[in-house]
Design a protein around this ligand. Structure first.
Ligand code: SF4
Length: 375
């Protein structure tokens, strides 16, 4: 939050601007002091420094910002919600029983506070909320639609709605498609909880193999792949799951996971299942191999760290010690989502939805800190 000539200004930002380094340099050259490496601070100061009313300022920022941004902006008299023109990150509008309006990334947040869903903000739209209600306007022309596929696969809560469809059901469809593409000769289908659970339900429904829990997840440990270091991630895996030997002993199991990023989780999980008595462990993954980094706000890994960027599927299978391994195909993923396009699949394909060349984006990522501190 900062004070401006027009009153206090605060923002919340979900996403990442790929051209933040250029925008940062422009601010610095105008004498604007920046105190962090955050692209959200860049947006804040661009808003503060632009001319016109707040709506005009937001349009000015949208015309310059390239990348993923779902924003909520608080001014003295109104709250604004802004969704980037590619629709990379979600943003939804809800209504409280009292009549007030609220914004969230996902609709599941509304149930918690007794609100109901009003609308999904569309790519390039701005919603303005004040005491009299809300209005939605187009802030920038929509670009090539590129909603993050990973929101559907992993990030979003399963009780959220995207395009009017429950994420839990979408994930079951991915699991069904996985069963069509990558059958396994197994006695039970076991999810990697919680994020692999709906995919495993779908896999079990389509394959006819009984669904069974084989791993119990500690409710006190968070997501492992976004922990800040590899060591923390590995400790996180050991602390995160306990096996259920009674369900696993002597069984051929097919384990369903939502994704494999670095491969740090899968190997220890396969070992854990074998140590608990599983006779065979077949791993099936409800998304394609992740080969490219995300520059749009998902802190996955650098390309060096992505196991599928550096190993073949057979090599990954040997690395994690599974009896077999298969991933959902891109075409199967899109079929299950009922989409030919409209999604970002850059972490699978390397095709980013922007005009800025990727080598430049990579260079900018590396130089972020040098730019900030001027060394
Ligand atoms: S690169 Fe992958 S994680 Fe990043 S926005 Fe695209 S689909 Fe989502």
């Amino acid at each position: 939050m900062i004070e401006t000539l027009d009153g206090p200004l605060a923002i919340a930002h979900n996403g990442n601007l790929i051209n933040a380094p250029q925008l940062r340099l422009e601010l610095l050259s105008r004498g604007v002091g920046l105190s962090t490496s955050s692209d959200s601070e860049v947006i804040l100061h661009m808003l503060a420094g632009a001319g016109g009313d707040w709506m005009a300022r937001i349009r000015t920022v949208m015309a310059r910002a390239e990348g993923a941004y779902a924003l909520t902006i608080l001014t003295r008299n109104a709250i604004y919600g802004v969704r980037d023109p590619w629709g990379l990150r979600p943003l939804v509008l809800g209504r409280l029983a009292s009549g007030g309006h609220v914004l969230a990334s996902e609709s599941c947040a509304f149930a918690t506070i007794g609100a109901e869903m009003v609308a999904e903000i569309q790519p390039g739209e701005i919603v303005r909320i004040d005491a009299s209600g809300y209005e939605i306007v187009q802030g920038a022309p929509p670009q090539r639609l590129a909603f993050c596929t990973f929101e559907q696969i992993y990030f979003a809560r399963p009780d959220s709605l995207f395009n009017g469809k429950l994420v839990h059901q979408t994930r079951q469809k991915l699991g069904k498609q996985l069963a069509r593409e990558a059958p396994a000769d197994a006695d039970i289908v076991v999810p990697v909880p919680d994020s692999g659970t709906p995919h495993a339900i779908g896999y079990a429904q389509k394959s006819g193999i009984p669904y069974s829990e084989g791993l119990i997840k500690s409710r006190y440990i968070g997501r492992t792949f976004i922990q800040p270091s590899n060591e923390l991630r590995k400790v996180g895996v050991a602390m995160k799951f306990n096996p259920l030997p009674e369900n696993l002993k002597g069984k051929r199991i097919v384990v369903i996971d939502d994704s494999i990023v670095r491969g740090n989780t899968s190997g220890p999980l396969v070992r854990m299942l074998r140590n608990a008595g599983a006779k065979e462990v077949h791993v099936r993954v409800a998304c394609p191999p992740i080969k490219f980094p995300c520059f749009m706000g998902v802190d996955m890994a650098t390309q060096d760290e992505l196991i599928a960027a550096n190993k073949s599927i057979d090599e990954i299978c040997a690395h994690i010690g599974a009896d077999s391994l298969a991933f959902l195909s891109i075409s199967g993923l899109m079929r299950a989502l009922k989409a030919e396009n409209g999604y970002c699949n850059a972490c699978f394909t390397g095709e980013y939805p922007f005009s800025t060349p990727i080598p430049l984006i990579e260079l900018q990522e590396k130089e972020k800190f040098a730019d900030v501190w001027g060394d």
